[in-house]
Design a protein around this ligand. Structure first.
Ligand SMILES: [Zn+2]
Length: 467
């Protein structure tokens, strides 16, 4: 739970049980419902010890994992100081890139219809329009903007001292040279090996290149066999299922695929364009780091392979929040560990703030109904968090939920379990709409997948990834 000092400055977050105790004793008040924040009545920031917390981010296309951590320094097994990382609060920020994309396509459709219906004789405008440097499509831009917006908000509720962000899916410098040989050895070579695995899984779509099998264990396969002088470079590596791998053995790929020339050509082409997809995938993340750097807190960027390796070494399953928790340096040789993983995730879903459109069209694009000009009706707007007291009828009782407003004043409330209409007279405002919907989800149970990850060179092909 987030904690604020008397003057509203952020203090170190506390355990929910502690927050309940402080509220029951009357030593704190609720400052904000979602994310839940309390303000201490008597404690000032100057009178408290604030070590600061780290904000760790794992950006993804549909959701971004965020973990707020602190670090305890202990004496490790070798007598050195080791760091124990504690996950204090984990957040999953859900993006709405899909809705934005659909909205843009819809608008383009209307414009195309207007152009052909009303302006068909107008001369074409000279194509002199250009896009500024660093332009991103709105659906991708939104990912960066909403992440930055949440980081700024969280800095108001917690004393963020540094930001760690997974910047690139793959650290391409890690496997510029020889890297695939074995997983034994030092941290760095193992780290590079796991980076290669993730890269190959993404590049070959988590399937066998010869038979397209998915969800089966996949082997790293040398296109030109090592016995024939093939190298360990990524440009010589593909993924294949165990039967295909054994069938190919040490034959050359041209012989093995001699009866399937189409397949041979596609494999060879894909093999030669190793890093283009990666660059596209990394573009958004690079911009995110640039934007975060303007926040005035030190920002450190890490590769996805390192996160993956940390998470695997800590025996954690894959989720956005656990990836976020594993971002950054964990020196395994020194004895660094992750000692606490929150069981509950705060889910923050981007909802937007309504639409500028003045009419709702039917499925052919003709106006179906007019929308009201204002957003506020009888003191409330859509997305407000309210408490409702219903005096009689089927829904009699006290409720808390979000509302969608109507001009009639019969607003629709959505609670955890139900949805019904309630008069604005029976509502009390708890928190204004801020463009996000808040909820909770359980973290993946930690023991479920412990030890089930890959060993040696065999990979789990079914891992969905989160790029
Ligand atoms: Zn196969």
């Amino acid at each position: 739970m987030f904690v604020l000092a008397k003057g509203g400055e952020p203090l170190m977050p506390c355990h929910p049980a502690r927050a309940r105790e402080l509220l029951d004793n009357g030593r704190a008040v609720v400052a904000r419902r979602a994310p839940f924040t309390i303000r201490l009545k008597h404690r000032t920031r100057a009178g408290s010890t604030v070590e600061g917390v780290q904000l760790r981010l794992d950006p993804g296309s549909k959701a971004t994992g965020i973990a707020i951590t602190d670090e305890l320094h202990r004496i490790g097994p070798k007598g050195e100081t080791a760091v124990a990382r504690r996950g204090l609060i984990t957040i999953e920020l859900r993006h709405r890139g899909q809705q934005i994309h659909a909205g843009m396509m819809r608008r383009a459709g209307y414009r195309r219809r207007r152009r052909s219906a009303n302006l068909r004789y107008r001369a074409r405008r000279h194509d002199n329009r250009s896009r500024p440097d660093g332009w991103l499509p709105p659906s991708l831009r939104h990912r960066i903007d909403s992440t930055m917006s949440l980081v700024v908000r969280l800095s108001r509720y917690a004393p963020v001292a540094e930001i760690h962000v997974e910047q690139v899916a793959f650290d391409t410098t890690a496997f510029a040279g020889v890297a695939s040989s074995g997983t034994q050895g030092t941290l760095e070579s193992t780290h590079a090996g796991s980076e290669i695995r993730e890269f190959l899984l993404a590049k070959w779509n988590r399937s066998c290149v010869y038979c397209d099998a998915t969800g089966v264990p996949l082997n790293i396969e040398h296109v030109r066999p090592r016995s024939r002088g093939g190298s360990d470079r990524v440009t010589n590596l593909v993924l294949s299922c165990v039967p295909c791998n054994q069938a190919k053995g040490t034959t050359r790929i041209e012989e093995f695929l001699s009866d399937r020339p189409d397949r041979l050509e596609s494999v060879i082409t894909q093999l030669r364009s190793p890093l283009q997809d990666v660059a596209a995938m990394n573009a958004t993340r690079l911009q995110l780091v640039e934007v975060l750097a303007t926040h005035g807190v030190p920002v450190r960027a890490w590769s996805g392979g390192r996160t993956c390796w940390n998470r695997f070494a800590m025996g954690l399953p894959k989720s956005h929040t656990l990836d976020a928790l594993s971002t950054g340096v964990i020196d395994h040789e020194r004895g660094d560990t992750i000692v606490r993983v929150p069981a509950q995730i705060l889910v923050v879903a981007s909802t937007g703030r309504g639409s500028y459109a003045r009419t709702t069209p039917d499925r052919f694009g003709f106006p179906r109904l007019q929308r009201p000009r204002g957003k506020v009706h009888h003191g409330y707007s859509t997305g407000d968090l309210v408490a409702a007291v219903v005096p009689r009828g089927k829904w009699v009782g006290n409720w808390v939920g979000r509302i969608a407003v109507r001009t009639s004043g019969q607003h629709r409330i959505t609670t955890l379990t139900s949805r019904f209409d309630v008069s604005h007279r029976n509502l009390r405002l708890l928190q204004r709409a801020d463009g996000y919907a808040y909820g909770f989800a359980e973290e993946i149970r930690l023991n479920e997948q412990r030890g089930a990850a890959y060993s040696g060179r065999t990979l789990k092909g079914g891992d969905p990834g989160n790029v």
